[in-house]
Design a protein around this ligand. Structure first.
Ligand code: NAD
Ligand code: UDX
Length: 464
């Protein structure tokens, strides 16, 4: 029999911590859930009166927050208090790629995980179940365990002697833009651990809304590793289809027809076969890089080289798009105005982490053009921050409407498939751009026959 719990603390109020705890709160009225973060601005934003100021934009999230915030879902910077009161602590902090030192550019920087383990070791009382929700290198649970043990062993106070910890791995598979939907109806919930009772306690929470057959329990290491491998497989499909998009362009084939034909094979499946400007987001590149690092660490250099190609093709696809734009615009875009539509790494999110738009905009700026950028959800400060490394970062302007952005430009490049871009008014556009006007569509949103009828020259990715 599992022991019931009353208080959950989640460390990390980010894209995963906020939505995942909101959905647990919605299904478990008997649990008090405190999401804590050391970033006060973020916590203030989660507590903001206007639900339009929440730090994470996700369809459906506002409604859940409005119903459960202050009832059984709370956001706080009082980390010490909420860890000490918790029966279960989720670790949902960032695990970015190391930027310097050993493993820079590949290994995960686990300093935030270590700081969580130390906070839990210091403040937890009695028996606490620790749940790894962050994406972690395989074997991280053993590091957390070692750190936690140091707060118990050799520590002779009564309070320390009474502390016990059980560690579970429960990776999160949500995708941004569909986070609430993915959390409400997951393909699977994965729980890895050693202690059967702790596994049951966590499983009981998910059973409130997830079918039992979708809840998979495994050992710790398989669970930790499965998360990295899921992301690696998804990213691999994108690089595979993107590599073929280039082949379609030179053979007069059409990437959509190829994807459809290939994806109709049940063994392959139709999902994740959309070609585009390469994958972005905070996860794929980071997690594959980490996988490559781990493989090299264990001497599996051929395996590492295999996965390295997924990242190389992704970079190549982005460079290739800039080369095509320059080529089509008579070999130079210097002093031309280019409009970029979409800056988020995918639609329905305001997240720009590792967005293909960052790399492509930097390359375009390097060619000397003036960029005019419009995204329905990413604000001006965020776009400017992402492009601030460019030497030419003053050659850009951020607009609040598609048509304002397009005024006087020689070309439009569509980098995110926001709904709004499927309904472009080409008649209006044709009167405000400079001819010959180009549309470069990297996301298959434009009907090229309609656009051509209004005098546009159109390039579509993967369309020969
Ligand atoms: P995030 O950067 O949005 O949020 C992490 C938060 O943790 C930050 O607000 C930070 O201030 C806080 N934090 C870090 N250390 C802390 C500490 N010691 N005490 C208190 N707060 C602390 O990150 P995210 O996108 O939510 O990702 C979290 C983890 O989930 C990562 O490992 C990521 O790989 C994984 N993941 C992310 C996604 C996604 O779509 N973003 C999906 C699945 C898994
Ligand atoms: C991903 C995983 O999907 C999710 O399971 C994991 O938990 C976190 O990482 P996310 O990065 O939020 O989620 O979005 P995803 O939908 O996977 O898209 C990632 C990138 O791939 C985006 O830039 C998207 O535009 C691109 N993509 C996706 C394609 O180019 N083609 C596709 O067919 C699918």
């Amino acid at each position: 029999m599992s022991t019931s719990i009353k208080n959950i603390c989640c460390i990390g109020a980010g894209y995963v911590g906020g939505p995942s705890m909101a959905v647990i709160a919605a299904h478990c009225p008997n649990l008090q859930i405190n999401v804590v973060d050391r970033n006060k601005d973020r916590i203030d934003a989660w507590n903001s009166i206007s639900l339009d100021d929440l730090p994470v934009y996700e369809p459906g999230l506002k409604t859940i927050i409005s119903r459960f915030r202050g009832i059984n879902l709370h956001f706080s910077i009082d980390i010490e208090k909420h860890i000490s009161e918790a029966d279960m602590v989720f670790i949902s902090v960032n695990t970015p790629t190391k930027v310097k030192g050993i493993g820079a550019g590949q290994a995960s920087d686990l300093k935030w995980i270590e700081s969580c383990a130390r906070q839990i070791g210091t403040y937890a009382k009695g028996s606490t179940i620790i749940v790894e929700k962050s994406t972690l290198p395989v074997k991280t649970a053993s590091t957390i365990k070692t750190i936690l043990e140091s707060y118990v062993l050799g520590n002779n106070t009564d309070e320390s002697k009474n502390k016990t910890f059980s560690i579970l791995s429960n990776p999160e598979f949500l995708a941004e833009g569909t986070a609430v939907e993915d959390l409400e109806n997951p393909d699977r919930v994965l729980i890895g651990g050693e202690d059967k009772n702790s596994i049951l306690v966590l499983k009981d929470i998910y059973l409130k809304w997830v079918d039992e057959e979708k809840i998979l329990t495994t050992d710790l290491w398989s669970s930790e590793l499965s998360k990295l491998i899921s992301n690696a497989f998804l990213a691999q499909r994108i690089s595979s289809i993107n590599s073929i998009s280039a082949l379609c362009e030179v053979t007069e084939a059409n990437i959509n027809n190829v994807s459809k034909a290939v994806g109709m094979d049940k063994r392959i499946g139709k999902y994740f076969l959309n070609s585009g400007p390469g994958f972005g987001g905070s996860c794929f590149k980071k997690d594959i890089s980490n996988l490559i690092y781990i493989c090299n660490h264990y001497g599996l250099s051929e395996v590492a080289a295999y996965w390295e190609q997924v990242i190389l093709i992704n970079k190549w696809q982005q460079k290739r798009i800039t080369r095509i734009i320059v080529d089509k615009l008579f070999g130079t875009i210097s002093e031309k105005k280019i409009t970029v539509l979409g800056f988020a790494f995918k639609p329905n999110t305001n997240d720009t982490r590792d967005s293909p738009a960052i790399h492509i905009c930097n390359d375009l700026l390097e060619e000397g053009c003036f960029l005019s950028i419009y995204d329905p959800k990413v604000n001006e400060n965020q776009i400017k921050k992402e492009l601030s490394q460019s030497e030419n970062s003053n050659s850009l302007d951020i607009s609040t409407s598609l048509y304002e952005a397009a005024k006087g430009s020689d070309a439009i490049i569509i980098l995110t498939d926001w709904e709004e871009f499927f309904n472009i008014d080409f008649k209006k556009l044709s009167t405000i751009m400079r001819a010959p006007s180009w549309i470069f569509d990297s996301r298959d949103v434009v009907d090229q026959e309609i656009a051509k009828n209004f005098g546009f020259k159109v390039w579509k990715l993967g369309n020969g």
